[in-house]
Ligand binder design. Structure first.
Ligand SMILES: [Zn+2]
Length: 186
């Protein structure tokens, strides 16, 4: 059994690691592209933490409390704070936090975040992505429901366990307006 002192010590060690990891990630992001710089500004301004979590089927996530969680267990053989993929995950999740709740929970918001993350990653590695990622990257980001359905299908193909089918195409308030009036968001 773990006594309370030991528990507090373990939590402190973990928090210290997360803090220094966050600093490393931010300094790496700042070195790369204007998206990296603006993302770091946002993360600092809103005091967004980057926490380590183990979640099934999920490499990273944003939380309702405004933080980012990374599943490093899924990426064990990487040097996390310098790895373009890990950095692109932070860019993706930060984008969701910037979008706000309703946009983040929509196919539109996902496509936006995937494209920002993919573009950042592509710029960093300096070579084209696989054909499916390139197709997602080049989809138009607009309110066409036909395009958003296509985007959801491609994202599902890329990540079969991802439940994008649970999300509305538009941010929820716009989705409701569409169902009532068939009007696209402006
Ligand atoms: Zn996402």
């Amino acid at each position: 059994m773990i006594n309370e002192d030991k528990m507090v010590r373990m939590i402190k060690i973990n928090l210290g690691k997360e803090e220094s990891f966050r600093n490393e990630i931010l300094s790496q992001l700042e070195k790369h592209s204007s998206v990296g710089v603006t993302t770091v500004e946002f993360l600092r301004k809103h005091n967004v933490s980057i926490k380590f979590r183990t979640k099934k089927h999920s490499a990273a996530a944003w939380t309702l409390t405004g933080n980012i969680e990374l599943n490093l267990a899924m990426n064990q053989n990487r040097k996390p704070s310098k790895d373009p993929y890990i950095l692109s995950l932070v860019i993706h999740e930060a984008r969701h936090l910037q979008q706000g709740l309703f946009k983040a929970l929509s196919v539109y918001g996902e496509l936006d975040a995937w494209q920002v993350g993919f573009k950042f990653y592509k710029d960093l590695i300096g070579s084209p992505l696989d054909p499916l990622s390139e197709e997602i990257l080049h989809l138009p980001l607009n309110w066409s429901r036909t395009e958003l359905i296509k985007a959801a299908k491609l994202m599902k193909k890329y990540s079969p366990l991802y439940r994008i089918d649970l999300l509305p195409l538009y941010p929820l308030p716009h989705e409701i307006v569409w169902w009532v009036t068939r009007k696209e968001p402006i």
